[in-house]
Write a protein that binds this ligand. Structure first.
Ligand code: HEM
Length: 424
């Protein structure tokens, strides 16, 4: 039986000043209200469609690069990439991804651990800090052994700066007056060039392999032209900083307010071997891994994202009009009682069973489909190892006078969070 397609979507073609205000003051509450009113697929402004069912989001993501586009030229003219550009990136990402496969993360878990411990030791001074000032660099250091053989002190800060300035264009540049938008784009372009200079300098040095980590993005992309390799490396390094850093900042926050869970992580960490190389995360840190996944469920840094369509796209029984931005929210999917038991409770143990604790496609902290994050295993591993080392080697306390809230920006990050880290 063929199911008829609906062309008419409920919702508003325009966004009133009241809607814009409601969205700005509490974005999830605004979207939930529209979802209650219109169902799971609706218009939410000019050229905008929102999709709130996991299986439809999955269909949308599976069609990326074919019927929909994942990115636009944020530092140029905001156009979608050409077919050649997309094919070039897909070839490069296929090669680069091999450095982040689960067996590679297991083989080099010790390198992650050493980097995380060194970074946490450096931050453990008893002086309050905003974790968003620290966590992005911690993440880059943990990812570096998988990216390039050897490094330079300039690389990690340059990666963070490239990501911050790029995300600033998306978060603050889009609706800004053209002069301000150009200024932000210029700042992002020069930060990207500085990262390129820092990584090119290292790659050109014929640097020795990182001990115990022979396979990196640089090795995996040998067959590409030097300019393309350099682009891939800078893209991967900047993706390894601010978005993952926001997840780590949320992990700090959850540790400060969950003494029982922290004690359980500490107990688990007691039996860790000295060298984690070759250790499967799920075997040595099952509870810390559950804690990390729960942090990503509760606080997905990419809380809302989407795809741009060119031609009309069919999603289930809906035919989406052409030239739309089709958005979805991992944050709302992760907190929907239709897809999870007790979604408003923070329960790391929900991840300890042998089956996923959610309806299919309802857990999307790393996206999904053709453009899913290339470092999902590494992302969870860094968070779990950081939880283990924070719980066992440090005392983590919150120091801010104001209540911690979520800033629903790019990425979603904690606001008013101040952390004090001391040695245990
Ligand atoms: C907890 C940590 C992390 C989170 C939550 C995260 C999340 C994401 C998300 C949501 C996307 C977009 C996926 C989509 O649109 O379907 C993405 C893409 C990406 N991520 Fe991650 N990520 C993390 C860690 C990392 C790390 C450590 C690296 C590099 C070492 C990395 C490299 C990338 C790259 C290169 C892309 C772009 C893929 C493409 O466009 O083809 N990510 N990530």
């Amino acid at each position: 039986m063929t199911v008829p397609m609906t062309l008419d979507l409920p919702g508003a073609q325009e966004m009133s000043a009241g809607d814009a205000h409601a969205f700005a003051s509490d974005p999830p509450a605004y979207l939930r209200r529209l979802q209650d009113l219109h169902g799971d697929v609706f218009r939410n402004g000019p050229g905008q469609v929102y999709v709130g069912r996991p299986e439809l989001v999955q269909l949308l993501l599976a069609r990326t690069n074919r019927d929909t586009s994942a990115e636009m030229d944020v530092l140029g003219d905001m156009r979608a990439p050409t077919r050649n550009q997309v094919e070039g990136w897909m070839r490069a990402r296929r090669l680069a991804s091999t450095a982040f496969r689960e067996p590679a993360v297991t083989a080099h878990l010790g390198a992650v651990d050493r980097a995380v411990r060194a970074q946490l030791r450096a931050a453990s001074s008893g002086t309050p800090f905003d974790p968003m000032d620290v966590a992005p660099e911690v993440f880059v250091h943990a990812a570096l052994p998988f990216c390039m053989p050897g490094t330079d002190p300039a690389v990690a800060p340059a990666a963070v700066d490239a990501a911050r300035t790029f995300l600033d264009v998306i978060e603050n540049g889009m609706g800004a007056p053209p002069a301000q938008q150009r200024e932000r784009q210029e700042a992002a372009r020069s930060a990207k060039q500085a990262l390129r200079d820092a990584t090119d300098a290292v790659s050109a040095q014929d640097a020795p392999l990182v001990p115990g980590c022979p396979h990196t993005v640089v090795h995996a992309t040998q067959e590409l032209q030097p300019g393309v390799r350099s682009h891939v490396l800078t893209t991967v390094l900047s993706a390894a900083s601010v978005v993952p850093g926001a997840a780590l900042a949320w992990l700090f926050h959850e540790l400060t307010r969950r003494p029982t869970e922290t004690a359980r992580i500490r107990d688990e960490a007691r039996s860790l071997p000295d060298d984690l190389d070759g250790c499967a995360l799920a075997e040595v840190l099952p509870y810390a891994q559950g804690f990390a996944k729960e942090v990503l469920r509760f606080h997905p840094p990419t809380w809302m994202t989407g795809r741009a369509t060119g031609d009309p796209v069919d999603l289930g029984t809906h035919r989406l009009p052409p030239r739309q931005f089709v958005s979805f929210s991992p944050y709302l999917l992760h907190r929907d009682a239709r897809w999870w038991d007790e979604p408003e409770r923070f329960l790391p143990e929900r991840w300890l069973g042998s089956h996923p604790p959610h309806a299919p496609h309802a857990y999307l902290p790393f996206g999904s489909g053709t453009r899913v994050c290339i470092a999902t295993h590494l992302g969870v591993a860094v968070l779990a190892v950081a939880a283990a080392r924070l719980a066992s080697d440090h005392v983590v306390e919150a120091a801010g006078p104001l209540p911690v809230t979520s800033r629903f920006g790019v990425p979603m990050r904690p606001e008013n969070l101040r952390i004090v880290l001391r040695d245990a």
